[in-house]
Design a protein around this ligand. Structure first.
Ligand SMILES: [Zn+2]
Length: 170
């Protein structure tokens, strides 16, 4: 079964009252632009850099906040990117994508099994805070969760005036 449908079943099991719209299609630029304009908040947990940079570019273009997370073997990172409200975009913080082969994919290196759940839950918490306005989100901050040594660091991140994605927007 495609994972978008197994995710739908799992989520409906957790909460039958939520509205779910599963999309089983490749996220190309035209699809992403149309989808993003329908939603208030974007969460990105994609597994490749091409999609990650494209999602960031279109989130900036449509003015939508983007909660972006990534994991490697033992480590995860999360931030809320939103140049429209003064926070950096993903490309401000990660201007250069790694050369092909420099970062092993999850399929190559594996991921500690609980890590996607940990980082996914942090993303969900950020979404709840962003929507409700409670507390402080990770807007303008990057959380780095080092699961192997049980350490969490939160560092400030800033917009770059020369960012090719958001540098010219307000
Ligand atoms: Zn930027």
């Amino acid at each position: 079964m495609p994972k978008v449908f197994s995710a739908e079943i799992a989520l409906r099991g957790l909460n039958p009252f939520i509205e779910l719209r599963p999309y089983k299609r490749r996220l190309d630029e035209a699809t992403a632009r149309a989808l993003f304009s329908e939603y208030d908040l974007i969460l990105d947990g994609t597994d490749n850099f091409d999609t990650r940079y494209m999602v960031n570019r279109l989130a900036v273009e449509t003015g939508k906040p983007l909660i972006s997370a990534a994991i490697t073997q033992w480590e995860g990172q999360v931030s809320l990117f939103h140049p429209a409200s003064g926070a950096p975009c993903y490309e401000c913080v990660f201007p250069t994508r790694p050369a092909p082969g420099m970062v092993p994919t999850c399929a190559e290196a594996g991921v500690a099994a609980p890590l996607p759940g940990v980082i996914g839950s942090i993303m969900a918490m950020e979404a709840v805070k962003h929507i409700t306005g409670a507390g402080e989100t990770l807007k303008g901050r990057l959380m780095i969760h080092d699961a192997l040594f049980a350490e969490v660091r939160v560092i400030g991140v800033k917009r770059r005036a020369d960012c090719p994605v958001c540098g010219a927007s307000p």
